[in-house]
Ligand binder design. Structure first.
Ligand code: FAD
Length: 474
């Protein structure tokens, strides 16, 4: 098998799929590929962790792309991919640059559209001022009813459930007057894509939080305190919080399906094009989730390495769905595999492909099902994001610790208290690195730090960076 050292691989995008693709390709191709990352922004933002921001439970994780790109021997170009000319192996940027590639991995994510008229859309960006306002108004007693609405069309429903549960806890903690909370979803059962056990667990959590549930319902519009539903019927709501409906990027030079998504095969090869691959939310695979995006990127990276003669038999994309649900207390871990159960759950999106059918039973537990328990379970990126500070690369590992829930909760609480105690002790002696490492472990256990600890982390990070305390006020 002849190898082609020095082949130019261009990765377009700066999100989960692009970075997982970079790390996987570097692991598989060594230095034989010259990798450039073309990204519209200069930072990677882990949007999956943005749900904690409105509740003062920390920030969405942000990493300068240059750091991760240069750590992996690649080159960063900041710019917007505007078109591809596959015959000439050229990627054109919006500001007129022409970038040559031998292999191209397109990982541009999806575009966001408003889900229905009147929705307060949580976009996981720029601090989400619209949602913050709804939350503050609810605390002030200005709303009698809030609906959390899983949008029709392509989306990822899990954050909506997190927002509903965290809102319930936030309102109670802030002594808000009673607010009727509800979840409205086109699903038959909440998060049914993870199987029956996860659905049962989410139903239990909603009930405990006194959030009512309306399934098999698609929202049409919010108007005058009424959320109207397709096919008739309505739900009482002063505000309807939802997520964007996703549409594909539809780039000149690349094929697109009816919604603008890029059709790919199980190795991430773009239909009808040589040397062009795609992964993540921009593809036509119907589940728009970070862990899935990463698995697609792994398959594409392997196929690219194989096409360069560096690997035989690249493994295809075989989706496994791993989800971490933030609840305000111990998180829940879900796992489902296609075809593993008796009755395939329908996905909460239109036109599911056969590969998008997940387990009828699935796994739901309070113990971490993968390690480190990163919010986005990408094999390489998940490890990189969740690893203790100062350690190198590795791969996420599955764990199947399944005990009884009470024991898991007690173990979790003890481990959390220990990690926080260690953090406090280290901080007392001014060892900010050790203190932050202990907080990283606490965060790995909780998914999101308790509010006061998130604030301490900001302070300690500033101390480590040498910022005087007086500059931190406000
Ligand atoms: C609130 C919220 C919570 C979520 N929670 C979870 C969760 O718990 N677990 C999970 O697995 N998933 C979760 N997801 C879904 C997950 O975030 C996405 O599925 C994942 O980010 C998709 O990765 P991607 O790389 O395909 O796209 P993105 O992460 O969207 O990345 C796309 C990248 O491409 C860049 N880009 C776009 N256009 C261009 C262009 N023309 N040229 C150059 N660069 C461009 C963008 O700037 C961005 O960096 C959540 C999503 C949201 C919104």
């Amino acid at each position: 098998m002849a190898s082609h050292p020095g082949s130019d691989v261009l990765i377009a995008g700066g999100g989960v799929a692009a970075l997982e693709g970079l790390l996987a390709l570097r692991a598989q191709a060594g230095q034989a590929a010259v990798i450039t990352l073309l990204a519209a922004e200069s930072d990677f933002v882990l949007r999956a962790s943005a749900v904690v921001e409105p509740f003062s439970r920390g920030h969405a994780r942000r990493v300068p792309l240059r750091e991760i790109v240069e750590d992996h021997g690649a080159h960063l170009e900041v710019g917007v991919l505007a078109a591809v000319e596959p015959e000439r192996h050229l990627a054109m940027t919006a500001d007129g640059r022409e970038l040559h590639y031998d292999r191209l991995l397109v990982a541009l994510g999806a575009l966001q559209a408003d889900p229905f008229p009147g929705a307060t859309v949580f976009r996981a960006s720029d601090g989400d001022p619209a949602f913050l306002e709804v939350l503050a108004q609810a605390v002030a007693g200005e709303h009698g009813a809030l609906a959390f609405v899983v949008p029709p069309g392509a989306s990822w429903a899990l954050p909506l459930y997190e927002l509903a549960l965290l809102t319930s806890m936030h309102l109670a903690e802030h002594g808000a007057p009673p607010v009727e909370l509800s979840v409205v979803t086109p699903e038959k059962h909440p998060l049914e894509i993870f199987g029956r056990r996860a659905a049962d667990e989410v139903e239990r959590l909603l009930e405990q939080a006194q959030i009512s549930l309306r399934t098999l319902s698609r929202a049409r519009a919010l108007e005058g305190g009424r959320l109207s539903l397709e096919g008739g019927g309505a739900v009482h709501a002063d505000r309807a919080v939802s997520l964007p409906t996703l549409v594909g990027p539809k780039l000149p030079g690349l094929p697109a399906d009816g919604l603008g998504f890029i059709p790919v095969d199980e190795h991430g090869r773009v239909a009808g094009l040589a040397d062009v691959f795609a992964a993540g939310d921009c593809t036509s695979f119907p589940v728009k989730q970070g862990g899935i995006a990463a698995q697609q990127a792994d398959a594409a990276a392997a196929a690219i390495a194989a096409s360069l003669g560096l690997l035989t038999d690249p493994p295809p994309f075989r989706p496994v769905l791993r989800g971490l649900l933030l609840t305000g207390s111990s998180p829940r871990y879900f796992r489902a595999e296609p075809g593993a159960g008796r009755e395939p759950a329908s996905v909460a999106i239109d036109a599911p492909a056969p590969d998008a059918r997940f387990s009828g039973e699935g796994i739901s537990t309070r113990s971490a099902l993968w390690w480190p328990p990163s919010k986005v379970a990408g094999s390489h990126l998940g490890f990189w994001l969740g690893r203790p500070r100062g350690t190198g690369d590795g791969e996420l590992e599955d764990r199947f610790v399944r005990g009884d829930d009470a024991a898991a909760d007690a173990e979790w609480q003890a481990a959390l208290e220990l990690a926080l105690l260690m953090a406090e002790n280290e901080a007392r002696f001014g060892d900010w690195t050790a203190a932050l490492r202990a907080l990283d472990s606490a965060q790995a256990l909780t998914g999101a730090l308790p509010a006061e600890w998130a604030q301490r982390r900001d302070l300690w990070e500033a101390e480590l960076a040498g910022t005087p305390r007086s500059d931190l006020a406000g």
